[in-house]
Design a protein around this ligand. Structure first.
Ligand SMILES: [Zn+2]
Length: 153
């Protein structure tokens, strides 16, 4: 490379970094850890094959994905980034549960303060309240978990 330092990959693999090196654009010599971790998890020759099969404009994205997955795999050797995904999915469903409970409480408090009227007398404000809060979704949730009984004894 005419005096230039080899890329992080060629340095680690102890080979000459040519000007058409597949790794050089994505693994600069000033960040050796980036290639080291990808090499450890996927193996340099697999990474090289994967990059060569991709059009050049997709390679940078593929490299950041490989680096992300390799880091996740080192943190959690069993699940890798699936571990992080399922942790976040659990958080989402817990929060959806809390939201449904809070919506049930709101509905309950409203019903305590405003006695239920026959459907024909429900005014526009009530209709828009039910629309905004997607009553059908709320009722579907309620039938499976008795939230209303919990908050409206
Ligand atoms: Zn190189």
């Amino acid at each position: 490379m005419g005096g230039n330092s080899p890329c992080a990959s060629c340095k680690l693999l102890r080979r000459r970094c040519t000007k058409d090196c597949t790794f050089a654009p994505y693994f600069p010599s000033d960040d050796p850890q980036k290639f080291a971790i990808v090499h450890k998890v996927f193996g340099a020759s697999n990474v090289s094959k994967m990059l060569q099969e991709l059009p050049v404009h997709q390679r940078a994205d593929a490299v950041s994905s490989l680096v992300y997955e390799a880091n996740a795999r080192v943190r959690d050797p069993v699940y890798g980034c699936v571990g992080a995904i399922s942790y976040l999915q659990n958080q989402v469903s817990e929060l959806q549960m809390q939201l449904a409970v809070a919506q049930a409480e709101i509905l309950c408090i409203q019903m305590e303060h405003e006695p239920v009227m026959p459907a024909s007398q429900i005014d526009l404000d009530h209709k828009s309240y039910f629309l905004q809060n997607d009553l059908s979704q709320f009722l579907a949730f309620d039938s499976s978990s008795n939230v209303m009984q919990q908050f409206c004894p």
